[in-house]
Design a protein around this ligand. Structure first.
Ligand code: NAD
Ligand code: UDP
Length: 343
């Protein structure tokens, strides 16, 4: 059934792919984004991909007055809340910025939803809420813990949402993403990180496109088959479809779901798949372990399969091919080389 979905942070990496999926499923997304980590060019790309230009309001979600105007005008049925800061390292350097932005946006949004009688919410959480665990696969009942301020905001917001839902009438899904990678198969939208990427896939794709010299593989002495770290990479198109499934299956209360593939790939597996997609070897060196990294992290995806009827289907090869198509078509992202290299 068609509905109007407010998408906070809808011009960002995961948000933009979800907006495309919403439009293709017949929903009407209304995007709010302050463009702090995205470009207005994404809106044009969504419009040309889908033939529909979604309503867009540039605002900070923490600005309650601006949010009220959107709810008053747009007849919102439900909300997907992506907006927030997400860089682990930056959160350690500037913890207050993370608490203010991530909590501030969520408090403002929840207050407005409450005032407007909108009680259906899908929240972008993260596998980081599991802290560093050595027990895999990780299911939703695994112990929780934050190991940096970014993770603390995700965990804190999950707790906030559980408390709110316990008052009755709310239907909330907490989606704990594992490692989103890839891009829309058109190559028109994709991940566009500001500055030096922290994550494996965007970093190695910037090496492949000639923006960086070589990948540093953080540790080859883990207790894993090839000694490098293992993660659960999920194609961003699968992730986008996971949001639709979550919206369709919202139930009274607050429920957490892992979104991953349920399988792990090592850094060297990703390098090999990415090199095949790119068509040449991607240079790398083995470097020391990165502080705080777990050896092996992958999801138990049973709950999403049984309760949301959702399973990720795209392979690591597709993730690399699609990520590379985006990266090679936009070597410097949406901003262009002058802006990007002066960052
Ligand atoms: P992103 O930075 O690409 O997208 C976030 C969007 O929100 C950006 O367009 C940014 O401009 C906007 N934004 C930030 N603060 C805002 C505010 N106060 N008001 C309005 N707009 C604001 O990030 P992403 O990778 O698409 O991640 C989306 C969500 O998913 C985030 O909450 C992130 O923590 C979570 N998440 C991401 C990953 C990942 O690896 N990408 C993993 C787990 C969880
Ligand atoms: N990694 C790496 N070099 C990099 C970035 C990441 O070797 O430049 C490794 C990292 O140690 C981990 C895996 O790649 O084993 C995934 O890291 P990422 O930061 O993408 O995700 P996270 O560790 O947050 O799940």
């Amino acid at each position: 059934m068609s509905s109007t979905v407010l998408v906070t942070g809808g011009l960002g990496y995961i948000g933009s792919h979800t907006v495309v999926a919403l439009i293709e499923a017949g929903h009407r997304p209304v995007i709010v984004d302050d463009l702090s980590n995205s470009s207005i060019a994404v809106l044009d790309a969504i419009a040309s991909l889908t033939g529909t230009r979604p309503t867009f309001c540039q605002l900070d979600v923490a600005d309650r007055g601006a949010l009220t105007a959107v709810f008053d005008d747009e007849n919102i049925d439900s909300v997907i809340h992506f907006a927030g800061l997400k860089a682990v390292g930056e959160s350690v350097e500037h913890p207050l910025r993370y608490y203010v932005t991530n909590y501030g946006a969520t408090l403002s949004l929840l207050s407005e939803m409450m005032a407007q009688g909108v009680h259906d919410l899908v929240f972008s959480s993260s596998a980081t809420v599991y802290g560093v665990t050595e027990t895999v696969p990780i299911d939703e009942d695994a112990p929780l813990g934050a190991i940096n301020p970014y993770g603390a905001t995700k965990l804190g917001i999950e707790g906030m949402l559980e408390d709110v839902a316990s008052t009755g009438g709310w239907r909330i899904a907490l989606l704990r993403y594992f490692n989103p990678v890839g891009a829309h198969p058109s190559g028109a939208i994709g991940e566009d990180p500001a500055g030096i990427p922290n994550n494996l896939m965007p970093y190695l794709m910037q090496v492949a496109v000639g923006r960086r010299e070589q990948l540093m593989v953080f540790g080859d002495d883990y207790d894993t088959p090839d000694g490098t770290g293992i993660r659960d990479y999920i194609h961003v198109m699968d992730l986008a479809e996971g949001h639709l499934a979550a919206l369709d299956h919202l139930r009274e209360g607050c429920r957490a779901f892992n979104l991953g593939t349920g399988a792990g790939a090592s850094v060297l597996d990703v390098l090999a798949a990415a090199s095949l997609a790119v068509g040449e070897a991607i240079p790398y060196v083995i470097a020391p372990r990165r502080a705080g990294d777990a050896a092996c992290v992958y999801a138990d995806v049973t709950r999403a399969r049984s309760e949301l009827d959702f399973s990720a289907t795209r392979t690591l090869e597709e993730m690399c091919v699609d990520h590379w198509r985006w990266q090679s078509l936009h070597p410097y992202g949406f901003a262009g080389p002058d802006t990007v290299e002066s960052l």
